[in-house]
Design a protein around this ligand. Sequence first.
Ligand SMILES: Cc1cc2nc3c(=O)[nH]c(=O)nc-3n(C[C@H](O)[C@H](O)[C@H](O)COP(=O)(O)OP(=O)(O)OC[C@H]3O[C@@H](n4cnc5c(N)ncnc54)[C@H](O)[C@@H]3O)c2cc1C
Length: 435
Amino acid sequence: MRTDHGAAPLAWNRVHRYRQRVLDIERGLDSLPDSAGSVLPRGFGHSYGDSCLNAGNTLLDTRGLNRVLSFDAHTGVLHCEAGVTIGEVQRHATPHGWRLAVSPSTGLASVAGCVAHDAHGRNHPRAGSFGHHLLEIELLRGDGPHRCGPDTDAPLFRATIGGLGLTGLITTATLQLRRVQSSFLQVETHAHTDLPGLLDHLDTTAGRAEHATAWLDMTDRQKFRGLLELGDEGPGERSLPPQGPRPRVPFDLPRWCVNRPAAQAFNRTWFRFGARKQPGPVDYRTYLYQMDSLGDWNRLLGRRGFYQYHFLLPAAAVRTGLPRLLDAVRRSDNLVVLAILKRYGPATAPGMMSFPFHGLGGAFDFVNRGGRTLRLFHELDVLLAELGGRVYLAKDSALDPDRFRLMYPQWTAFSEFVDPRFSSSLWRRVTGEHR
Ligand SMILES: Cc1cc2nc3c(=O)[nH]c(=O)nc-3n(C[C@H](O)[C@H](O)[C@H](O)COP(=O)(O)OP(=O)(O)OC[C@H]3O[C@@H](n4cnc5c(N)ncnc54)[C@H](O)[C@@H]3O)c2cc1C
């Protein structure tokens, strides 16, 4: 029933290499397994930073909890085990005219992982975050099983949404899906050559188009290149042919390949290709999960791994704050290979520690240049905290306790719900606790 895995589990950014004990969790468990030290649930390790790691302690691997338990094609209510992937939920429901209301940009994350980070998609202004569509969860804590929802043990429910896996092991989740016409979205792309123009366009479409993301070329200091991609539900077939095996990156790219000229060439090609794209229907798998089409793409960024800086600025601070953040990145001489901006709507967050609030967010992938990159992140964290912003803990690897307290002042109230048997590398880092 339980296994110690040999290989060290990594986070998606492949930076942290820790010794951890791994126990496979199987269905039917009614008490937590014994362990020396703390435990942390883990899904597919698709969090970029150390929120899915528990250095020197135990990970509870939930990938075996992989069954959809029931689905009502009339109401769109789906009940599943914690380790079912987002992609599996979509495959199950789409032929019946339902899809997840909110999805991250990967179909390879687990449902429980998306609860634990209260994941958001490109449609936050319209649909809110993952927790807004969660009806119930079953949770295993040190004192036994709990069932909670918006009207049943609501404080524990709110703490578990965005609760970083620290309030207990989610064993099942019940989700309300949303009606869709087909498996296709109508997608259009607009090219921009200045940042204010791109932001204006993003502002006017936020809430009108279902999905919106902006892409920036951060490799060129002279010339601005941006693309705004909009997607709306569209007509078409519901059933899609199954996807064949996807190509995988078989090894870590050597360090000398991951450099500025290569990143510039990639970004310029991406811009040229995007600027010429004609509007048209795109199947939801290609549109929502573009990055999944190349397996293990994170190995392209070299053996030292990479960092993502995922931030959110309050709406009132965007026009003054964003240029300051971008300027700090450019001055630092770090290399950003991919940069995305998204709008976040004013909906009240469903979880105590949820990331989203009303504003504009950015997710920038940095090549790992060690101390130089971490020094920049510290500078950005200081500036972001001053502007009233925060970083997304699913992607973080560098936030210090002082900035954490400023960005997530609700953490003390949240820590009342942390189960004493649970901890993570991220939690010890941001709270400064050593448990
Ligand atoms: C290519 C890519 C694109 C992404 N795009 C987005 C995006 O658009 N929006 C977004 O919000 N996120 C995005 N993410 C982040 C991802 O959605 C989250 O990190 C998600 O939590 C990953 O799920 P996982 O199953 O891999 O969980 P893991 O990374 O293994 O764990 C994440 C957290 O969930 C907890 N957890 C896992 N299982 C359980 C359980 N059974 N019970 C309790 N806690 C549990 C863990 O303890 C940990 O704190 C993206 C990630 C990738 C790799």
